[in-house]
Design a protein around this ligand. Structure first.
Ligand code: ATP
Length: 298
């Protein structure tokens, strides 16, 4: 797997507090990658480190083969739409495009102007007067028109209504298809990730709990329900992610690469949301204590 972003032992500390600590993570190239995890997991910190908005306290991070924001060429390779989709309120939409043109080596003015036209935005309108959705679309337009190798989006749709969200994600997918971008986007909306991304990384407490192609993850995780049983008695190769019990019944969420033949189990399918929640709710050091973070590869 070639990585468009690689973090090794990466950390960021504010005074005594680690926002991200000892994080190892690979983001595969040529994919639309969803980064999900609970509040405070370190997602924004990681994405800000990747864009060069923050500098690491420890460890290393490599993006598109170089150090984040090191030099003009490196800056041109990465587009970043920060969490609050920042714009310059006093500048018009057209001013933003002119700004983008002057500041970016690979700026594609035709793409920028065409997107603004298709979105129905008035180039003369001040950006401060745009709605939240329009602001997000303007920020996405700037990110796409700079023609980066990697586009990083930190919760880009958090403030949008469901319709605006869907339109934003569709636009993003079109841009990916047209421009062969790698994308990493953080989101709490697993349904959006499932619809838009082909790869997911679950980050909990600076640690990758699971990473892989979404189709593969869905294919190899199952819910097993049956008479109460000690999860420790499962065959090797069936990894228990979460377990819950009543007096008589056990429900397990397991990962296995082979079919479950034990007739005492009822085997049910899982959606991505079930899988993500299971990895988010189990203790972060469940992986740390046993083996490296699971990676499901083709
Ligand atoms: N500027 C800062 N100063 C001090 N602590 C910070 C700062 N920024 C982030 N943190 C802390 O670092 C941790 C990780 O924050 P971060 O914003 O990266 O998490 P996140 O996964 O993006 O969370 P969310 O999903 O809520 O946006 C949190 O505990 C947060 O309080």
């Amino acid at each position: 797997m070639s990585a468009v972003l690689r973090a090794q032992g990466l950390g960021k500390r504010y005074k005594q507090r680690w926002a991200l600590q000892n994080c190892d993570l690979d983001v595969p190239a040529g994919r639309v990658v969803g980064l999900v995890g609970p509040n405070g997991a370190g997602k924004s910190t990681l994405l800000n480190l990747a864009s060069g908005m923050l500098t690491p306290t420890g460890g290393t991070i490599e993006v598109c083969g170089g150090r984040p924001a090191e030099g003009v060429e490196q800056l041109a390779k990465v587009g970043f739409v920060a969490q609050d989709t920042p714009i310059y309120a006093a500048l018009s939409v057209a001013d933003h495009l002119d700004f983008g043109k002057r500041l970016n080596l690979n700026w594609d003015d035709a793409v920028a102007r065409d997107r603004i036209r298709r979105l129905g935005l008035d180039p003369k309108q001040r950006a401060g007067k745009l709605s939240g959705g329009q602001r997000a679309q303007l920020a996405l337009t700037l990110g796409i028109a700079k023609r980066p190798e990697l586009l990083i989006l930190d919760e880009p749709v958090a403030a949008l209504d469901p319709l605006a969200r869907r339109e934003f994600m569709q636009d993003l997918m079109e841009a990916v298809a047209e421009h062969e971008l790698s994308v990493v986007l953080s989101s709490h909306l697993v349904s959006d990730v499932e619809r838009t991304c082909d790869y997911v990384i679950v980050l909990v407490d600076s640690r990758v709990q699971v990473a892989g192609e979404i189709d593969d993850l869905v294919a190899c995780h199952h819910r097993l329900t049956g008479p109460r049983r000690d999860p420790g008695t499962l065959p090797a190769g069936q990894h228990v992610i979460t377990a819950s019990h009543t007096d008589r019944q056990t429900t397990l969420l397991v990962r296995t690469d082979t079919a479950v033949h034990d007739p005492s189990w009822t085997v049910g399918p899982l959606g991505l949301e079930d899988i993500v929640l299971a990895y988010m709710t189990r203790p972060a050091d469940a992986v740390r204590d046993t083996r490296p973070a699971l990676e499901v590869l083709r």
